[in-house]
Design a protein around this ligand. Structure first.
Ligand SMILES: [Mg+2]
Length: 265
């Protein structure tokens, strides 16, 4: 296995390069190319590198690792679920979750309100799984996540006409906005509820904590590469964050070209 200089001895000190995964290091939903892995390996000789992805580590292992290679060995920092699950040099850093953050009591109050609201909602059909509990968020669907493809299409049209999700989210904001929750309508049938700030900028907390450790490194230059950097895209917040130097790319080929130029690889 390749070895790299210790983080404190990388030639370009205090610099880390962070990458979105899907559409930046890999083609959408596909695996990383040998060319990209080779380039990342050469980059790692010079600076610290990390990925920050919205999916969980299992998905990133699929896209970036192989059965023989653990993805946590390929990067100095691995930030899964935007950093709620994090690794440094293969070792886990403190994790976080929606339930840890909100607490059981407040969660029960939230889910009670949601289920009552859905129970009383007058819409053409309802199916099942109205609240999906995930590590970093909950996903709420008035029709239910078990809806078929056709039912989803019909619902999406109905929702556009009647503003079901929009009004639902407004009510939730009135009732729970003080908790610091973000409500994000996306896709056809649902919306996400998560703590405000739990976008990709969440991973920067880990880097700030690194700087505070004895012999910790302060990353004063943080490059970020992402493909969804426009407003509403999942790279937007970290791309625009004043703590990072943002690079907007059109795909892995573009990432490679920009890295070569930037770091003389
Ligand atoms: Mg992406």
């Amino acid at each position: 296995m390749a070895t790299y200089p210790p983080l404190a001895e990388r030639p370009i000190k205090n610099t880390i390069v962070l990458f979105d995964v899907d559409g930046t290091l890999t083609p959408a939903r596909l695996s990383v190319s040998p060319e990209m892995l080779n380039l990342l390996s050469r980059l790692r000789e010079k600076v610290a590198i990390g990925f920050v992805g919205g999916s969980d580590l299992v998905k990133q292992q699929e896209q970036l690792g192989t059965p023989e290679t653990n993805v946590t060995s390929l990067f100095d920092f691995c930030f899964s679920e935007n950093g709620l699950t994090a690794y440094k040099l293969g070792e886990p850093l403190p994790s976080n979750s929606f339930i840890k953050w909100i607490g059981e009591d407040q969660y029960k109050e939230l889910v009670r309100f949601i289920l009552h609201y859905i129970a009383d909602l007058e819409i053409p059909i309802k199916r099942g799984t109205f609240v999906e509990f995930r590590n970093g968020m909950i996903n709420v669907s008035p029709i239910g996540r078990n809806a078929s493809t056709q039912e989803r299409l019909d619902y999406e049209k109905y929702d556009k006409e009647h503003g079901i999700r929009r009004e639902f989210v407004e009510r939730l904001r009135e009732r729970f906005g003080h908790l610091g929750l973000t409500f994000s309508i996306g896709g056809q049938i649902s919306f996400d509820v998560f703590p405000t700030g739990w976008d990709k900028t969440y991973c920067l907390k880990h880097l700030e904590n690194e700087a505070k450790k004895p012999d910790g490194i302060e990353y004063s230059t943080i490059h970020f590469f992402g493909d969804k950097t426009m407003v509403g895209g999942n790279d937007y917040e970290i791309y625009e964050d004043p703590r990072t130097i943002g690079h907007s790319v059109t795909g892995p080929g573009d990432t490679i070209a920009e890295l070569k130029a930037l770091f003389d690889l």
